[in-house]
Design a protein. Structure first.
Length: 371
């Protein structure tokens, strides 16, 4: 089989347009890796599940687009890192897990993770505007979303900060079962982070501890090739991150992070292992962000051929094509979902703009534990 044939097969399984081998070469090594992925068996979904996944991804995309609009209109301030293009990872992992039971740790690119966890769009948008109605009471902003109710253990401004926190949540699950005798304790934790994080000590220390104690955790690497402006292939001795698990005797997979059904299937396998007491999994999702590192980034470092290649693999369009082809949804149903999402996003902006600011006299509230 030629690389061109594999490119067509990849497009067929993802619902994305076919891409030639030449276009992969022009797009760089990250695209080449995607081309050379062994075709994965996608998750099987019902019509209801398929449309749920589509809605979650569409909500993430339209929410982020609205954030960009508000930022450029001068309504939103600070650092804002958008998730456009990576929706298949958040939806594929989180929607395979148990809401308000399993646990999640995010990064500074955390808006869509929060939405997938079930944090209401009103609370997320309010937080981005620094309002009291935000999920972090207006104290966190874009990079520090948190929700105890939805088991979101935070977004983190510095890379790698969330991994030890996620490890602690996984340890708690195992400790309750093994030390406290709670046989029902089988919650799983997902730790999200990027390719740049995989060169720092916390990553390796946590892999070691998770494997040593067989903790129920999934290390989800969202490899979008770029650590701010550093090409992943120039920054690490072995760019295939999933292979780093071998040194710890840990299960690992690389997956097409632009295909939500492939991510969901890999996540389901990892979750099953974790709940069965078989330990952690390192899941490397090959993905791409469609915008610059943040809204302050003019995105001048990445080649146009590279951006054009990945744009053709838009995960939302890919899922839509799969749902239509398999007759799991009609075009009218998908359009209705888009309209519903647009209304929700418009509502959350209106709500956030009208919400109260935190009271100045309560500036130090939430720093210390309260009764």
């Amino acid at each position: 089989m030629t690389k061109a044939d594999m490119g067509r097969d990849l497009a067929a399984t993802s619902g994305a347009p076919a891409c030639s081998a030449d276009s992969h070469q022009a797009a760089g090594a990250h695209a080449e890796r995607l081309l050379n992925l062994y075709p994965a068996t996608p998750a099987q979904v019902s019509p209801e599940e398929g449309m749920m996944l589509y809605r979650d991804m569409m909500l993430g995309r339209r929410f982020e687009d609205k954030c960009a609009e508000m930022y450029y209109r001068g309504k939103m301030f600070g650092f804002v890192h958008l998730y456009n293009g990576q929706e298949a990872v958040s939806t594929g992992v989180i929607k395979a897990m148990k809401p308000q039971y399993d646990w999640f740790c995010s990064t500074y690119r955390d808006h869509v993770h929060a939405l997938s966890c079930g944090v209401p769009a009103r609370e997320v948008m309010s937080e981005l505007f620094g309002k009291e109605t935000g999920c972090s009471k207006g104290r966190g902003g874009s990079m520090h979303l948190f929700s105890k109710e939805h088991h979101l253990l935070g977004g983190y401004a510095f890379i790698g900060e969330g991994i030890p926190v996620a490890l602690g949540a996984a340890f708690t699950s195992r400790y309750k079962r093994d030390a406290l005798g709670d046989s029902s304790s089988d919650s799983v934790t997902a730790a999200f982070f990027g390719d740049g994080t995989c060169n720092i000590g916390q990553f390796y220390e946590c892999l070691n501890m998770a494997s040593l104690w067989k903790l129920p955790i999934i290390f989800v690497v969202e490899n979008n090739k770029w650590a701010i402006g550093m090409d992943h292939n120039r920054a690490t001795s072995d760019p295939e991150i999933w292979r780093k698990a071998t040194g710890f005797g840990m299960a690992s997979e690389e997956v097409n992070g632009m295909d939500v059904l492939a991510v969901r299937a890999a996540s389901q396998r990892a979750i099953e292992r974790a709940r069965a007491g078989e330990g952690p999994t390192l899941l490397e999702c090959l993905t791409y962000r469609f915008r610059g590192h943040s809204l302050a980034d003019p995105d001048e470092l990445r080649a146009e051929a590279e951006k054009e290649f990945w744009a053709k693999l838009d995960p939302i369009k890919g899922l839509a094509a799969q749902l239509l082809e398999q007759k799991l949804a009609t075009a009218e149903q998908l359009q209705a979902i888009e309209q519903e999402v647009d209304a929700e996003v418009a509502d959350c902006v209106e709500f956030a703009l009208a919400a109260p600011e935190p009271k100045p006299e309560e500036l130090t509230r939430y720093i210390w534990a309260e009764d």
